[in-house]
Design a protein around this ligand. Structure first.
Ligand code: ZN
Length: 287
């Protein structure tokens, strides 16, 4: 397991962590100033400043990417299916332009929430089947572009609206069916917030192996959690044994950036520099 106590060279900041404090350019510049070597941008933050300007900012600052957030929301009714496919292809193209190592997929829940305007349904099984079919469709495009896809299983509390892939096993089952040869272009993004509770987690990390472990996200699970989406904790403030999970992914050969991804009204109220410095300190001490 890598020693993180003396430097933060493997720290990446997911740009949503400080999205309220500044635009994408300001975030990139602040990270570079603090010796943070990588970011994982969100599409809306890139769109706000323009893709070309975002690409230039990343290059000028000499930053790496640890991922690109996000593709997915695959579930749609017939009338919205093409829109979903086009949108995901654009996400692949943007990820490629920015030099991202993978596109993170939040796969979608029931169609009416994933692609608003879609005919409402309660058929979660059909949504899960559609997710797999549509990942297969996007995978063909992504493979040609040489851009790996990372399925992010989300905590089951998001099954209706954000993702009906909720465990590492479920995500790996999809990977194995679509890519039985393990071609290094399809895998998982493991976020401790979503998977820490799963009694199968460590067995599934072993099963994943290096070729399927494309991204690793950290934050913490607060007790109590006051908001389903916007109350993630800073590492060290909650219930998750983060080093244990990191040790397991690194034991399989994962050697990439550890990405801090915190959506939190609490941390969004702090100055950007304070939040980033706290991320660095916690990365060194509790990750
Ligand atoms: Zn994540």
């Amino acid at each position: 397991m890598r020693d993180f106590s003396t430097d933060h060279r493997w720290l990446s900041i997911n740009t949503a962590t400080v999205r309220k404090q500044g635009d994408f350019i300001a975030i990139v510049e602040a990270c570079a100033r603090l010796g943070i070597r990588a970011v994982s941008p969100w599409r809306d933050q890139v769109a706000q400043v323009g893709l070309d300007k975002a690409v230039k900012a990343v290059r000028d600052a000499g930053l790496d990417l640890s991922g690109y957030c996000r593709g997915g929301m695959f579930t749609a009714d017939k009338a919205h299916l093409q829109e979903a496919r086009d949108d995901n292809r654009r996400a692949v193209d943007e990820a490629k332009a920015l030099g991202a190592p993978c596109l993170v997929l939040v796969v979608g829940g029931l169609p009416q929430y994933s692609r608003p305007g879609s005919t409402p349904t309660k058929d979660i099984g059909a949504a899960q089947a559609m997710v797999e079919d549509e990942i297969g469709v996007l995978y063909e495009y992504a493979r040609k572009a040489q851009l790996p896809l990372a399925i992010e299983p989300l905590h089951p509390m998001y099954a209706a609206d954000r993702a009906c892939v909720n465990t590492t096993r479920q995500a790996l089952d999809i990977c194995d069916r679509l890519d039985p040869a393990k071609g290094n272009m399809l895998g998982v993004a493991l976020d401790v917030y979503h998977v820490w509770w799963d009694f199968e987690l460590f067995a599934q990390i072993k099963r994943a192996g290096q070729s399927r472990l494309l991204a690793f996200h950290v934050c913490d699970w607060l007790v109590p959690t006051r908001d389903l989406l916007l109350d993630r904790g800073m590492m060290g403030d909650g219930a998750i044994d983060i080093p244990k999970v990191r040790a397991a992914v690194e034991a399989e050969g994962f050697s990439g950036y550890v990405e801090v991804e915190i959506f939190s009204e609490h941390w969004w109220q702090r100055p950007m520099e304070d939040v980033l410095k706290t991320c660095i300190e916690r990365y060194r001490t509790v990750v």
